[in-house]
Every structure is written in structure tokens, then in C-alpha cells.
Design a protein around this ligand. Structure first.
Ligand SMILES: *[C@@H]1O[C@H](CO)[C@@H](O)[C@H](O)[C@H]1NC(C)=O
Length: 420
């Protein structure tokens, strides 16, 4: 009795295993056939929206009412550099793209394109060869040949730079805990200790070391370890000046946005912003002139890069018209102030601990909470509530809303906040 029962049981288990196997094979077959559809794929030009008029006729009227006659550009590569106010630009691009239903090339499972690996199309979420996108704007290590495969040929390439000394200070503060060689630096002020003798700590091969030497050069896919007076620095700069139609300067952020608006034929409304991802001023260490000079020498390639594009930037402002620029900047400030009053509780940024809604909580560096954020006004006018929310949404949350499943980033965030 018990023997035959045992036999039945074994047979049942074998049967079950067989069924599970068959079901799995069916599933695999189904997936294989489902991912190789026989649909005739449209050409790149057909798949990509080349202008806004095709779907939103009202945009064109709005623009032609103003002095300019052009149609808004929708194909954009924004090379997002680190620690340069680029998160604020990202928010502007996200809003514009959402409003006009443009197609973003988004990263997959995380908020960057596998940085610090050089960019590859295969890192784009749902990428298939020939697929066309309107906007690429997340962190990457720039790789021009790969980026061109994603965008229509009329795409506008834009980026932003910041004074390399301030950028270095900011990167040091933000990333030093993720760069192991800094763990050996003793003393109260690690930054000064490092700058007094960088060679004692730094090696190009050390893990994550690129965060602490010529980070801009690195982001652009160039060699960040070129030393002072290396001719390859100028070569790199010439290369970039051929690729990018506009290089913004973080120190002149409002002027930068006006030039951007002009180049893209956008409206003032499109470039309104709240400063996102800014650091509490008390956590910023001011470098004295001696330390500044050392930081400059150490980041010489970035310095030359910045110097070059600062000059071209002001040439652009000159061409645009100084007075016209001043008027536009004033108008931008006025409208931003209006938005702050409408949207932000208290009208100003607050420390992370004081942000009530996690939706508006910005991402923080390991081991501290120095990045500020905002609270949405409670008694907000329903007409402005959507735009206010979008303008205040930090990068990570916005990416989730755009459909990126950020589990790698979230897992890292959780480890960072609760374990490290
Ligand atoms: C950038 O250009 C402006 C205008 O010419 C100048 O005042 C400023 O000193 C420049 N900055 C650097 C760091 O070269």
C-alpha cells in the first residue's frame, strides 16, 4: 500500500517536473518569436518627430507672434557633465520633451548610461538598431560616433561647463568617499592635504580616480590624465568645438539659457527653472588663492577647456546683443521669481531634513545630506500645480515618471543611506 503510494508520488513529481519544463520551453519559444516581429520597420526619418508642427499647430502660432520666425528644435543632444548645474537643464529638457511628446533615449535600470563606461547605443532602454530618438540628456561618457546613431542629422549638440576649480571642489566633496585612495588622506581638510601633494595619493589606475582630475575632460570621453602643456589638450578642445553648437557656462547660467532658447527657437516659458541639486553654502569650502592655483594646475586640461569656451560664450553674447541679453535675462528673472512665489513654500530652497514629501527629496552624496530641495506650496493654485510639481521634481523621480525602472540606482541609494 505504502509502496504503491510512494511510486504514485514519484510519478506525480516526475510529471510535474515534465510539465514545468514544457511550460518553460513554451515560454522561451514564445519570447523568441515575440521579440522578432515580422513588422516592416519604418525608416529613421519616419519614426522620429522632426518638428513640433506635425502635431501641435498652436506652438507655431505662439512663436510666430513673437519677433522671431523659426520653428522650435526638438532633436537635442545635451551632454550632461558632472557638478555643473546640469540637473537644472535636465529638468527643462524633460519638461519640454514631455509637453511635446518627444522620444527620449533613456538609460536602463539606472540614471546614467553605464557611466564611466564610454557610451554605447545598446545602453539605451528598448534600443533597436535604426531606432530614432529626439532627446539624449542623461549622464554618459561622451562617445560621438555612438550618439549620432540615435539622433536625426539635424540634432543640436549642447553642453555646459563650470569653473574647474569650483567643479573640482564640488566633485571632491561629493565623491571623495567613493574614491578609495582618498581614504588614506589624513588631517582636518582632506582637500588641502590632497592639493598640497596630489601625486602622493593619486594614480590614474586607481578606482574612480577620474572624479578627481579633469572630470570634464573625462566626461567628454577624452584623456583626463594629460599634463600641463600637452598639445593633445588643445586637440581635444578643437574636437569638441566641432561637435557642440553651444557650450553653456554655469557661472552665467541665465545668459546661457537665453542663448539656448535662441538657438533652439524656444519660448521663455520653456526655460523657466528652479535651481535643482544645489548644495548648502555652509558645506562649500572656499579655496584661498594659493589653493586655487594648485587646483588649476592639477586640472589644467579642464582649465584650458573652460577658458576656451568662456571666450566663445562671450562672443556669442556679443553677437546676440548685450542690451538685448540684459533685457531677456531680466525677463527670465522676473518670471522665475513669479514661479517661485506661486510654487514654493517660503519661496526658497530648504535643507533635506525639512523636505516633507519624498517625491521632492533630492539624491544625496554618501554620508551626508548637503543637497537642498523644495517644498511645494500647500495652497497652490490648481492651474499651476502640474507645472510646479514638474519644475520641483528631482532627476531620479522624474526619470521614474518617464518610465525608467531604476532598481540599480534605488538599491545603491538604499545601501548608501542605511548601511554605509
Ligand atoms: C570669462 O569671460 C568673462 C568675460 O570676458 C571674463 O570677465 C571672465 O574673467 C572670464 N573667466 C575666466 C575664468 O576666464
Amino acid at each position: 500500500m505504502s509502496g504503491s503510494k510512494g511510486f504514485n508520488c514519484a510519478a506525480a513529481v516526475r510529471g510535474l517536473i515534465l510539465w514545468v519544463l514544457i511550460a518553460n520551453i513554451m515560454l522561451v519559444l514564445y519570447c523568441l518569436t515575440a521579440t522578432s516581429p515580422v513588422i516592416i520597420r519604418p525608416t529613421q526619418e519616419e519614426m522620429c518627430r522632426l518638428s513640433i508642427e506635425q502635431t501641435s499647430p498652436n506652438v507655431l502660432t505662439e512663436i510666430s507672434n513673437s519677433e522671431q520666425k523659426c520653428s522650435p528644435k526638438v532633436n537635442i543632444m545635451f551632454m550632461k557633465t558632472h557638478k555643473t548645474a546640469s540637473s537644472t537643464i535636465l529638468n527643462i529638457l524633460f519638461r519640454f520633451g514631455e509637453k511635446h511628446q518627444l522620444k527620449f533615449a533613456l538609460p536602463d535600470r539606472r540614471n546614467d548610461f553605464c557611466y564611466p563606461q564610454p557610451f554605447l547605443c545598446s545602453q539605451v532602454k528598448d534600443y533597436r538598431p535604426g531606432e530614432c530618438f529626439n532627446i539624449v540628456c542623461n549622464h554618459m561618457r561622451f562617445n560621438y560616433e555612438e550618439v549620432t546613431k540615435l539622433l536625426p542629422s539635424d540634432a543640436v549638440y549642447v553642453t555646459i561647463l563650470r569653473d574647474p576649480v569650483d567643479l573640482f571642489e564640488s566633485a571632491f566633496h561629493y565623491y571623495h568617499r567613493t574614491v578609495p585612495f582618498t581614504w588614506r588622506i589624513r588631517g582636518e581638510n582632506k582637500l588641502t592635504e590632497f592639493l598640497n601633494n596630489p601625486k602622493a595619493f593619486y594614480s590614474p589606475e586607481a578606482f574612480n580616480s577620474f572624479y578627481l582630475k579633469n572630470l570634464l575632460f573625462f566626461d567628454f570621453g577624452l584623456d583626463n590624465n594629460l599634463e600641463v602643456n600637452d598639445p593633445r589638450v588643445m586637440e581635444g578642445i578643437r574636437y569638441l568645438s566641432k561637435r557642440f553648437q553651444l557650450v553653456l557656462i554655469a557661472e552665467y547660467f541665465e545668459e546661457s539659457l537665453i542663448l539656448l532658447k535662441d538657438l533652439l527657437c524656444w519660448s521663455m516659458e520653456d526655460i523657466l527653472y528652479f535651481k535643482l541639486n544645489a548644495r548648502r553654502t555652509s558645506s562649500v569650502s572656499r579655496l584661498d588663492p594659493e589653493m586655487r592655483a594648485k587646483a588649476l594646475q592639477w586640472n589644467w586640461a579642464d582649465w584650458k577647456l573652460y577658458e576656451h569656451f568662456n571666450v566663445t560664450f562671450w562672443e556669442r553674447v556679443e553677437a546676440y546683443g548685450r542690451q538685448r541679453m540684459e533685457q531677456e535675462v531680466n525677463e527670465l528673472r522676473r518670471r522665475n521669481a513669479e514661479m517661485s512665489a506661486n510654487c514654493i513654500e517660503g519661496g526658497n530652497a530648504v535643507e533635506a531634513q525639512k523636505i516633507k514629501d519624498t517625491h521632492f527629496q533630492p539624491w544625496q552624496p554618501i554620508g551626508e545630506k548637503s543637497i537642498m530641495g523644495y517644498n511645494l506650496r500647500k495652497d497652490i493654485d490648481p492651474k499651476s500645480s502640474t507645472i510646479c510639481e514638474k519644475m520641483l521634481t528631482p532627476e531620479i523621480q522624474y526619470l521614474s515618471e518617464l518610465g525608467v525602472n531604476l532598481w540599480v540606482t534605488r538599491l545603491w541609494g538604499w545601501l548608501k543611506d542605511y548601511i554605509l
